[in-house]
Design a protein around this ligand. Structure first.
Ligand code: NDP
Length: 480
């Protein structure tokens, strides 16, 4: 008898297997064992999920509900998530080897996504513009319809809720397809949505692979919005597919974040955040500070401290409370990251610390690299792992040019105690988010997204409202 857990699709408020009964194995990357199975979504399952969301939107109560009532339902879901927080975190840790404390942090942020957007849709209902002509115009933000959301494996629950929460808050219905590598926590979210009393079809979960499950969703002309987070290559395929029926897309794609440490930085703070920015979640963060630029005057001191801090990270079982760093999320991803590390000496670079684990685990140790030419793949491509490439710089103009010399433009960080420089450099960096003297702090009211190959569009606060609604202008004559 198998003791494996099973994660089905959640369609129309019920957890169901695939139409043809197909399943796939779900791995624990730390133990390198299969611990669960999930329903393998086919085109027929995607069709069922879209039909359910469509029905719930066209005929169901959700888009027609009073805003306060919708907010209350989302709050019930958030409360249930909080009650089950450790179960949700356990699933993400088991599924992708994220240290448990980090998974708990992600769950708290996921809960907040629902609470924030429950309030946001009540507080930001529209604008009124009295006109000199004797008219008066107001805007209305009605729901767009059915939303297909496709989320990645690096923050399985958090990235999914970042899409689902604003989508349903604004009265849409949705289908979320988690990555095939991490189906567990999102399936539990679907179960909790039913328990919280969300009407059937409002929050559907479709498990399965990018193709056919994901690609069937994006190509379906009953889908009104597509929101995707993942690689730039898949983002292009998603956009092309959605364009066949002119569905607007929101794409949050790869990154190669620049982290700039100026000579006048508070070094304790800069070292702390440099470590977090590239080694948190084993570097599997689109926002990772994977290109580090250090001012020449402090280079030696900074590097001594940075290497020591990287080497001090406790590596191990992600459920051990002492663990700060664990294995990569899958065998496939381990192979990808390892091949970049292996390429470093061949391209003339030096590995100062770290490297591929030699005990057979799917682990790449916190790795710091210098002396790589800017054309080397490990320097300019997204590795999405714990590999930091370091360069030194002489002055502000040089480092701004180096930082902007990339196809990506998701985020950047800079460390300085000089206020004028902080503002001046932040405004010159070509990136969707710039963190000054910090990293990974997020206010849900602000725009989030990337420039260039890092994405299309912005989400967050009113930016999510623009994407997930059909804004309308109503013009009324007041005086004749
Ligand atoms: P992908 O971009 O391939 O996958 C992301 C999501 O898209 C998954 O749910 C995937 O499903 C789905 N998908 C794949 N192909 C299609 C398609 N044709 N239509 C619709 N959905 C699709 O990322 P990977 O997981 O393969 O990771 C590869 C690289 O992408 C990483 O090494 C990293 O560089 C980058 N990445 C960036 C992320 C970010 O946060 N910006 C997040 C994750 C990855 P399935 O998993 O079943 O293939």
């Amino acid at each position: 008898m198998s003791e494996r857990q099973f994660f089905g699709h959640v369609i129309d408020g019920e957890e169901v297997p695939s139409t043809d009964g197909a399943t796939f194995e779900v791995w624990n990357p730390w133990t390198r064992e299969v611990w669960a199975e999930a329903a393998e979504g086919s085109a027929a399952d995607a069709d069922r999920a879209v039909a359910s969301a469509r029905r719930a939107f066209d005929e169901g109560p959700w888009p027609r509900m009073a805003r306060a009532e919708r907010a209350a339902a989302m709050r019930r879901l958030a409360d249930l998530m909080e009650e089950r927080a450790d179960d949700l975190a356990w699933l993400d840790t088991t599924n992708m080897a994220k240290p448990f404390a980090q998974a708990q942090h992600d769950v708290a942020r996921s809960v907040w996504n629902f609470r924030f957007f429950a309030d946001h849709q009540r507080d930001h209902t529209g604008e009124v513009y009295p006109m000199d002509s004797g008219h008066h115009t107001y805007s209305e933000y009605g729901p767009a319809g059915v939303v297909a959301a496709i989320s990645p494996w690096n923050f399985p629950l958090m990235m999914a809720t970042w899409k689902v929460a604003p989508a349903i808050a604004w009265g849409n219905t949705c289908i979320i397809k988690p990555s095939e590598d991490t189906p567990a926590s999102v399936t539990l979210l679907g179960r909790l949505a039913a328990e919280a009393g969300l009407p059937p079809g409002v929050l559907n979960v479709l498990n399965g692979h990018g193709s056919p499950a994901g690609s069937s969703l994006t190509a379906d002309d009953r889908v009104d919005r597509v929101t995707f987070t993942g690689s730039s290559a898949t983002g292009r395929a998603v956009m092309a597919s959605a364009s066949s029926h002119l569905a607007p897309v929101s794409l949050e794609l790869g990154g190669k974040g620049a982290n700039i440490v100026f000579e006048d930085a508070d070094l304790d703070n800069a070292v702390h955040w440099a470590v977090e920015a590239i080694f948190r979640n084993s570097g599997q963060i689109c926002l990772a500070g994977s290109r580090l630029f250090v001012a020449s005057g402090i280079y030696d001191e900074f590097m001594d401290r940075f290497v020591a801090a990287a080497e001090a990270l406790t590596i191990g079982d992600p459920f051990d409370p002492a663990t700060k760093f664990s294995s990569l999320a899958s065998r496939k991803h381990f192979d990808k990251v390892s091949s970049y590390v292996d390429s470093v000496p061949l391209d003339g670079g030096k590995v100062l610390t770290g490297g591929v684990d030699d005990e057979g685990r799917w682990l790449v140790r916190p790795t710091i690299v210098t002396d790589l030419p800017v054309t080397a793949p490990a320097y300019c491509e997204e590795i999405f792992g714990p590999v930091c490439v370091v360069n030194r710089f002489e002055d502000e103009g040089e480092v701004v040019a180096l930082a902007n010399d990339t196809r990506f433009g998701l985020n950047a960080m800079l460390f300085t105690e000089n206020l004028s420089r902080a503002h001046r450099v932040a405004s010159q960096l070509r990136a969707g988010t710039v963190w000054v003297n910090c990293f990974f702090i997020r206010d849900l009211r602000t725009p989030f997204g990337g420039v260039g190959d890092s994405g299309v569009g912005r989400e967050g606060g009113n930016f999510s409202r623009e994407f997930f609604t059909e804004p309308k202008a109503v013009v009324m004559q007041i005086r004749r």
